[in-house]
Design a protein. Structure first.
Length: 145
């Protein structure tokens, strides 16, 4: 990625990121001459739901992005540039070396890399369920210490 592209992606809003994901989904699908219904079956959603992903009316889950990257045999950053994550710096994040967008991008990259290395669908599903459980736990304010 060039310096110009990198600066541009860091300035993308969350809506811009999902619009980019939708455009990439459409480009990959049309290049293979597939219909939205064909792809909807691959990720087990309705054709209407998949259309909303392409049109950026609904946010696509990381699991579906990963399944489509695998289906199209492309790396995840060809769909979702890891540098395109919105900048979410806070005062605390700026002061602490243990936080910040760069670390978050690294952690996301490590998570995706681990997911891709898993060979069985069952193991991939368990990883996604674990991450979803951790997210749900964080939303309810519970912390395991």
């Amino acid at each position: 990625m060039s310096d110009v592209q990198e600066r541009t992606t860091h300035q993308m809003s969350q809506d811009d990121v999902y619009a980019h994901v939708g455009q990439r989904f459409r480009a990959l699908r049309t290049a293979k001459r597939l219909t939205q219904a064909d792809i909807a079956r691959v990720i087990h959603v309705s054709p209407q739901q998949y259309q909303k992903y392409e049109d950026a009316h609904t946010k696509c889950s990381l699991n579906n992005i990963l399944m489509l990257a695998q289906f199209y045999n492309v790396s995840i950053d060809e769909i979702l540039p890891l540098g395109a994550l919105p900048d979410t710096k806070t005062e605390e994040a700026e002061m602490s070396p243990l936080h910040g967008p760069k670390l978050e991008a690294d952690l996301l990259s490590r998570l995706v890399s681990s997911y891709v290395k898993l060979t069985g669908l069952d193991a991939k599903l368990r990883l996604v369920q674990l991450v979803e459980a951790i997210v749900a736990q964080g939303r309810t304010g519970e912390h395991a210490e």
